[in-house]
Design a protein around this ligand. Structure first.
Ligand SMILES: Nc1nc2c(ncn2[C@@H]2O[C@H](COP(=O)(O)OP(=O)(O)O)[C@@H](O)[C@H]2O)c(=O)[nH]1
Ligand SMILES: [Mg+2]
Length: 270
């Protein structure tokens, strides 16, 4: 991590603004807290990405919270072309500069850094490096139709920093931790517990099952049976069922579910 941190600090010196991507389904768990001390007073735009996978109410609450805590936050979906304007406007609002502005995207794995860079850059991604005065090894990408905004072509990869059990679970749900490193069956059952509470209708609709009065294990079995995930002589194919549930949640097929809310709202709930 020290090496990554040092590299990040070097790159920070050459940008005007940091664009920090977090996952709208779990903004707190997917935020690397160390970044706050690394970037210090450097202008920053926080982007709640994958806001198409989180619920609208969650997005509103998080934007309200983040806009209060940090300089500025917006919610986007990295595939949406409309974002180019939203991001560019936000950047120029934060950075008080009329000439060329340079930005760098940072975030933990799987938050959508590459997707966003590709979208902002257009299909080919015009490289603007190797111009006089620009360090040879550093490549900049011109953002489509925004000739005053340039992006560092490689994002800053951060490790997730939250280490409480709830955050680790959220990171597993959203696919920020490699599946090899988690007990997928256990995690799928935990996810079902949340979906039963937060999105019962979507869950019933997706799998055409009734979940009334059922515990996660029973819902899990129902899903396996509905999908025909049965192995001859040994019953349910637990692995396949678990992977299916995880994948379908991650793709937003079981509804838009925000996994955590700003502390204030969590306190109200409990
Ligand atoms: N639904 C949805 N999926 C996204 C969004 N952004 C990225 N993804 C998906 O999330 C996965 C990880 O994206 P990627 O750009 O590789 O993340 P990176 O590891 O931060 O570079 C890919 O499967 C993307 O298609 C988004 O805004 N909405
Ligand atoms: Mg990437």
């Amino acid at each position: 991590m020290k090496k990554t941190r040092d590299l990040l600090k070097t790159k920070l010196k050459i940008v005007d603004i940091v664009i920090e991507l977090i996952d709208a389904r779990a903004p707190l768990s997917s935020k690397n807290m160390e970044i706050d001390t690394i970037i210090k007073q450097k202008p920053r735009l926080i982007i709640l990405n994958k806001s198409d996978l989180s619920d609208n109410n969650g997005n509103i609450k998080w934007l309200e919270f983040l806009n209060k805590e940090y300089q500025k936050a917006i919610a986007i979906n990295a595939f949406d072309k409309m974002n180019i304007n939203a991001i560019s406007n936000a950047v120029f609002q934060i950075v008080n500069k009329r000439s060329s502005v340079r930005a760098m995207i940072v975030g933990i794995p799987n938050v959508g850094k590459s997707t966003l860079i590709n979208n902002l850059a257009g299909r080919r991604g015009t490289k603007t490096g190797n111009r006089p005065g620009i360090t040879k090894h550093i490549q900049w990408i011109a953002i489509k139709n925004k000739n005053k905004l340039e992006l560092l072509d490689t994002p800053g990869l951060l490790n997730p920093s939250s280490d409480n059990p709830k955050s680790s679970q959220n990171l597993a749900f959203i696919g920020a931790i490699r599946d090899e490193n988690i007990d997928i069956e256990y995690i799928a059952l935990k996810l079902l517990e949340i979906l039963i509470a937060k999105a019962p209708n979507s869950l019933e609709k997706r799998y055409k099952i009734s979940i009334r009065d059922k515990v996660p294990r029973e819902v899990f079995t129902d899903i396996a049976i509905k999908r025909g995930f049965i192995v001859k002589n040994s019953g349910i194919d637990y692995m396949r069922t678990a992977i299916t549930i995880m994948n379908e949640y991650r793709k937003g097929m079981i509804g838009r579910v925000t996994l955590e809310y700003p502390q204030y709202y969590e306190d109200l709930e409990s």
